[in-house]
Design a protein around this ligand. Structure first.
Ligand SMILES: Nc1ncnc2c1ncn2[C@@H]1O[C@H](COP(=O)(O)OP(=O)(O)OP(=O)(O)O)[C@@H](O)[C@H]1O
Length: 366
């Protein structure tokens, strides 16, 4: 079952959205790309808020848009969460939620109690919406969308405007959603780091077209995509929780079975699957195994590819793809360092990663 899309939208002489793809109808699919690449336009077409004349949208065998007809947004059974929450200001939190409950698409779906528990909004129910923090508003907006019992949830930059701790809190809540609720989610964000913590499948947009799509982990280290060269680039690795070191509040994760990485302590059981995001700027390269280094994560690896592309943010930087056993790391280092160490593809080196740099709270089953 897929979400089939064939869409051409001419916005102006400068911008055309041209999409032909099949998205999975399970898990979280992220649509990522720079500002103006067409992410919101694509989402609006899926929702039926725009119906381009040359368009086809089919969800799990249901025709939402064909050449002859198009279902209205409310006929598609979609939950929508926008950047600005769009809560009704004259209603309390429970008033907003009840509005959605009276307009459910189907009789089967989560209850008010369940949704409030997942989104941690039970204590807020009687509050007026103008007395909510930014993060609370977002959580109520998601709860409202879920209470319509949608068959697909569309989220457009839902974390915009949140400060770091509220953003982290929201990510943890969103990470848990698939364990409660088995509906596909399409999640738009310009931040690869954000989606790397949430999504299984990734669509990369640039100038209205898809420049990469597939499994998020595989795409994260593809050097032919601009993702690997941008500031927030990094490898997403699969790992298993190896053990905990409570004295130092650290945990150890095993990557490719025998590479052990020291990470900040996480709440996971031995053997539990984890995802780690290792930012390319946090990886340095040594020719020899460093001794007496404060850095505990020293991984032997082989240089797979060195990319020195003139369209990197600065031509002073190179991107290096390093092979562990089956998985890859990315490293951003200066071109000067690369020349000084005379790095070459095929060379055996040691990658160093500071434990402090590892974002580790994923706990998402791959
Ligand atoms: N209503 C409109 N009329 C004309 N052009 C539009 C309209 N809405 C968007 N555009 C243009 O279409 C292009 C894609 O816009 P869109 O909002 O889909 O991009 P985006 O990737 O979501 O961007 P951002 O991350 O900045 O929100 C942009 O060039 C934008 O200026």
């Amino acid at each position: 079952m897929s979400l089939l899309l064939s869409l051409q939208v001419q916005r102006s002489a400068l911008f055309q959205l041209d999409i032909n793809t099949a998205l999975p109808t399970s898990g979280i699919t992220a649509i990522c790309g720079p500002s103006g690449s067409g992410k919101t336009t694509l989402l609006r077409c899926i929702a039926g808020l725009e119906t381009p004349p040359k368009g086809m949208v089919q969800f799990a065998g249901q025709d939402w848009q064909t050449e002859r007809q198009s279902l209205k947004p409310e006929q598609r059974g979609i939950g929508l969460v926008f950047q600005d929450s769009q809560l009704f200001p004259h209603l309390t939190v429970i008033g907003n939620l009840n509005y959605a409950r009276k307009r459910q698409f189907s009789g089967t779906g989560p209850s008010l109690e369940q949704v409030c528990h997942w989104l941690q909004i039970t204590p807020l129910l009687t509050r007026s919406t103008d007395k909510l923090s930014g993060g609370e508003r977002k959580r109520v907006a998601i709860a409202r969308a879920l209470l319509r019992h949608p068959q697909l949830l569309l989220m457009d930059e839902p974390l915009t405007g949140l400060h770091d701790s509220a953003r982290d809190e929201m990510i943890l809540i969103l990470q848990d959603l698939p364990t409660y609720l088995d509906i596909p989610v399409i999640y738009v964000s310009h931040s690869f780091h954000e989606v790397s913590r949430l999504a299984n499948h990734l669509i990369l947009l640039d100038k209205g077209t898809i420049i990469g799509e597939g499994d998020l982990i595989g795409l994260s280290t593809r050097l032919d995509l601009p993702l690997s060269r941008q500031q927030g680039a990094g490898a997403v690795l699969l790992a298993q929780l190896h053990d905990h070191d409570p004295e130092y509040e650290l945990s150890t994760a095993a990557v490719d079975t025998h590479h052990l990485l020291s990470i900040k302590q996480i709440n996971a059981m031995q053997g539990q699957s984890l995802r780690l995001f290792i930012a390319a700027r946090d990886v340095s390269i040594n020719l020899d195994a460093p001794k007496n280094s404060s850095i505990m994560n020293i991984l032997p690896c082989i240089i797979d590819t060195i990319e020195c592309s003139p369209d990197t943010p600065s031509h002073t930087q190179v991107t290096i793809r390093l092979k562990l056993e089956t998985q890859y790391l990315l490293a951003h280092i200066t071109r000067k360092s690369c020349d000084r160490l005379d790095l070459k593809a095929g060379q055996r080196v040691f990658a160093q990663i500071k434990t402090i740099a590892l974002i580790n709270e994923y706990g998402v089953a791959p």
